[in-house]
Design a protein around this ligand. Sequence first.
Ligand SMILES: Nc1nc(=O)c2c([nH]1)NC[C@@H]1CN(c3ccc(C(=O)N[C@@H](CCC(=O)O)C(=O)O)cc3)C=[N+]21
Length: 290
Amino acid sequence: MSAIRIDGKAVADTLLAEVGQDVAGLRQQGVHPALAVILVGDDPASDVYVRNKVQRAEAVGIRSLEYRLPANTSEAALLERVQALNGDASVHGILVQMPLPAHISEASVIQAIAPHKDVDGFHRENVGSLSLGQESLVPCTPAGCMRLLRTVLGEDGLKGLHAVVVGRSNIVGKPMAALLLQADCSVTVVHSRSRDAAALCRQADIMVAAVGRPAMIGADWVKPGAIVIDVGINRIATPEGKTRLIGDVDYPAVAPLAHAITPVPGGVGPMTIAGLLANTVKAARQQTGH
Ligand SMILES: Nc1nc(=O)c2c([nH]1)NC[C@@H]1CN(c3ccc(C(=O)N[C@@H](CCC(=O)O)C(=O)O)cc3)C=[N+]21
């Protein structure tokens, strides 16, 4: 038996094509969706992500503004930049790339973003709405995972299944659990303090791994026939002295027993960027009434 390899790149391309059509429609009505991306410091990984986001945005017709601020930027200066963008009606989405330098409070910056421009869905107003099952801007990575699950299981196919989320971060684990609950799954969240995490995971019909530990999830963590979504993006050194990307799941060990599984790269990562651009269009619609 060999698992279905869930092609996140292809699903993301379909979503991006839809976003591109929406953007074209809005532009005909005189609305040009715009996304501002702020990067503080010169972390090379962040630099690559930001460049990808800007390129993808422009490919679907979204205007992008890129702000690169030095690593020693003060929190006050960053907050001023955010507030200026909050007040700029031509900007519909604001993303501040994480992580931020240690002297800046990520929480303060997130709360400073106008909730209707918070395309990451990290502001407490959006977090609260998601948890209440109300309309909101939904965090891009968990939203992307849900879309991948629906491509495998169908629109209503998640109902009643047991989903286990591994990891409890504010950006993936917690919103993921909320979305799965919204889709009528029974949800378990497993984390570093869980007793017998592997045994809990073996009960999962759906497993979402978001811990940031390379290949941590082995075959003994997975029920045969489960659907496995790997959110991990870990850059590891190869014996040849290069680096490569690897997920939180030990793909070669788990793929033979899963029903379906996402690869890394080419799984959840591309969905995150597509979701960001979809959120930008949604934000532009809300702000302009189109
Ligand atoms: N405010 C904020 N919002 C974010 O959404 C955010 C962030 N900060 N900080 C960093 C993380 C990371 N992240 C990724 C997005 C796409 C890929 C992606 O497209 N990955 C490709 C591979 C890319 C490569 O080759 O490096 C893939 O998995 O196939 C990865 C990682 C968004 N993040």
